[in-house]
Design a protein. Sequence first.
Length: 179
Amino acid sequence: MGNINIGLTDSQRQGVIDLLNHDVADAYLLLVKTKKYHWDVIGPQFRTLHQLWEEHYQALTESIDAIAERVRTLGGYPVGSMKGFLELASIKEHAGDVPSATGMVSQLVHDHEQIIRNLREHIDQCSEKFHDVGTADFLTGLMEQHEQMAWMLRSFLEGTAVKSSGDQPGMNKQVTVGV
């Protein structure tokens, strides 16, 4: 792995690189799925989802590049083939499957949530096992991006109309008591 002297052993750096390669594989597979759903979505929510997924796949493209560059910073080489992505990814490909718009959203929520769980574990391993707080911090930022994307998608699935008063159906009103 060369003569890199950044306060981590070769073994620590390799452990982190292995985690990052799993993360880049998950992100790349999610990018492909998001792009495919962007192309295939139909129905009344077409425009909304088409635009949302364009924003998501652009963000995923940037994060993939950042993960790959983090691997290079640590002296490794990022996985860079579809075969490698499919072997390392924890999310699954659904080749040939064209679900409904709601099914697409649901699948992407599931995938983002799986990636979030993986990132939480990788953050812990980076800081506790490999003593690489820099990568732990980097992964925390990625996790937050996935949390936001999952929230946006979940909102699509769980949404209910807001009454004209601004109250959500079934929500308790907050009462302010004057003194």
